[in-house]
Design a protein around this ligand. Structure first.
Ligand code: GLN
Length: 192
């Protein structure tokens, strides 16, 4: 039996994550209502636009259910805008809806407007082979709380972090053929 892994499907590249989860051996479930969270073994919050995602989550009544599910230990991966949505704050002046389930402060669009998209090979803690990482108007992590482990960094700034069952990447692991990040999420689900 394969595990059911949800993908928050309000906005952004949730289809690519659903395909990546299938390739990693899970059954993807698109999440648009609180009821869709029932019975999931893991959850992905995709990339897209974090302010739009937050506004839609509020409109669909998903903010409290998501906080409860993820805060209750549902293994969750947030990528790019998804990382921003999971975090507790941004460095920006305008407040936006965030779940605050990851004790990190993120800077949005941290790599500048000229080079807003790029790819690089990242060293990930504990992984023998580097990970090809695609950054698209990506954030980076500026501050982390005590329980947050930095798994990868660029120029001294964390771009892959983990706090208990919450995993965040500033890049888009769903856009390469490498399934190690999704596999890690499913392993975290298996440990539960
Ligand atoms: N720049 C977007 C934001 O701030 C994130 C970009 C992405 O998810 N690729 O929400």
């Amino acid at each position: 039996m394969t595990v059911r892994a949800g993908v928050l499907a309000l906005q952004g590249d949730f289809r690519e994550h659903a395909a990546a989860l299938s390739a990693a051996g899970a059954t993807p479930v698109l999440v648009r209502t609180a009821a869709d969270l029932d019975g999931l073994a893991a959850l992905v919050v995709p990339g897209g636009e974090s302010t739009t995602m937050g506004a839609l989550a509020e409109r669909f009544g998903l903010v409290a259910p998501l906080r409860e599910a993820i805060g209750g230990g549902l293994p969750t991966l947030g990528t790019c805008a998804g990382l921003i949505f999971l975090a507790r704050a941004t460095t920006g002046p305008r407040p936006q809806v965030q779940l605050g389930v990851l004790d990190a402060v993120v800077e949005r669009n941290a790599f500048g407007r000229q080079v807003d998209s790029f790819e690089t090979d990242l060293r990930v803690a504990g992984w023998a082979e580097p990970l090809r990482a695609v950054f698209i108007r990506a954030p980076r992590v500026e501050r982390t709380g005590e329980g947050v482990e930095v798994l990868a960094a660029m120029d001294g700034h964390p771009v892959m972090v983990r706090q208990d069952k919450v995993l965040g990447t500033a890049f888009h692991p769903e856009l390469t053929g490498d399934r190690r990040v999704h596999t890690l999420l499913l392993e975290m689900a298996g440990e539960r």
